[in-house]
Write a protein that binds this ligand. Structure first.
Ligand SMILES: C[S@@+](CC[C@H](N)C(=O)[O-])C[C@H]1O[C@@H](n2cnc3c(N)ncnc32)[C@H](O)[C@@H]1O
Length: 242
């Protein structure tokens, strides 16, 4: 007699709660196994492919799966202003502006310490405006406020990934986000969650996010639905304002 037929033979005599316990343990083991596979893939993908994504020819330092989530968020929440701190070449900025073009509304505000790397098609896009400076400098914050005050606003944080800076950004830019819209803290995958970057962000964005949520957990929902494609560079980093 095979194991499978033996199991079905004894099943009627096994108490229901034991079967339920067995089923739950099996599901937990499956989940751990899948998480391990996803994290291992993430560790292969991140160091070798993070610089390989382009939007209309401009490098975008993003996981393409997250970009699709961005598109879904922007379609469903229809922000009038999208703020991105940390622009670099501008591929993501241009991607966000392209989504705004498709929707026929929206302005993208790109904030960066230095804008010399920004590529020409990004500079020339009529929906994109740049602010040069430290993202947490009060003068920079005031300029961003001038764009977003009274407007439906979404924010993406992707500048300096040291926890102290990210926490300051979360506090300052979180205030700009409209209820029902998103504050996205990029790169919560760093510092071993599960990847490491050449610059050791220890502590990094995830640790800043944990501190921020302790301060303001009543104001935000961590939208785990945004992690539906299994791998994300922003685990726990998609916050929706209540
Ligand atoms: C990870 S890159 C941004 C990538 C970009 N968001 C993308 O998706 O392609 C980080 C950028 O943050 C900028 N940066 C670093 N520290 C900053 C700060 N304190 N304020 C504003 N920008 C900063 C850097 O100049 C760099 O261009």
């Amino acid at each position: 007699m095979g194991l499978a037929s033996f199991r079905s033979l004894i099943r009627p005599f096994v108490p229901k709660f034991l079967l339920e316990l067995h089923r739950r343990r099996w599901e937990q083991r499956q989940e751990r196994h899948q998480r391990h596979i996803i994290d291992e893939f993430h560790k292969i993908y991140y160091p070798s492919r993070v610089h390989e994504a382009y939007w209309l020819g401009v490098p975008a330092l993003k996981c393409p799966l997250d970009c699709w989530v961005y598109a879904e968020i922007i379609f469903s929440t229809k922000p009038e202003i999208i703020v991105e701190t940390g622009v670099c070449y501008g591929g993501t900025t241009l991607y966000l502006a392209s989504l705004c073009d498709l929707l026929g509304q929206g302005t993208v505000i790109g904030v960066d310490l230095e804008l010399q790397n920004v590529r020409d098609p990004v500079r020339q896009h009529p929906r994109i405006h740049f602010i040069e400076g430290n993202s947490v400098d009060p003068a920079v914050l005031e300029q961003v406020w001038q764009w977003c005050r009274g407007k439906r606003t979404m924010v993406i944080l992707d500048s300096d990934h040291h926890a102290a800076h990210v926490l300051q950004e979360l506090r300052s830019y979180g205030e700009m986000v409209t209820p029902g819209c998103y504050l996205i803290c990029e790169d919560t995958n760093l510092n071993g969650n599960p990847v490491f970057s050449p610059v050791p962000y220890n502590p990094g964005p995830k640790e800043a996010m944990d501190m921020f949520l302790k301060e303001q957990e009543d104001a935000w929902v961590v939208d785990k639905g945004c992690e539906k494609f299994l791998m994300t560079f922003n685990p726990g980093g998609y916050l929706k304002k209540k």
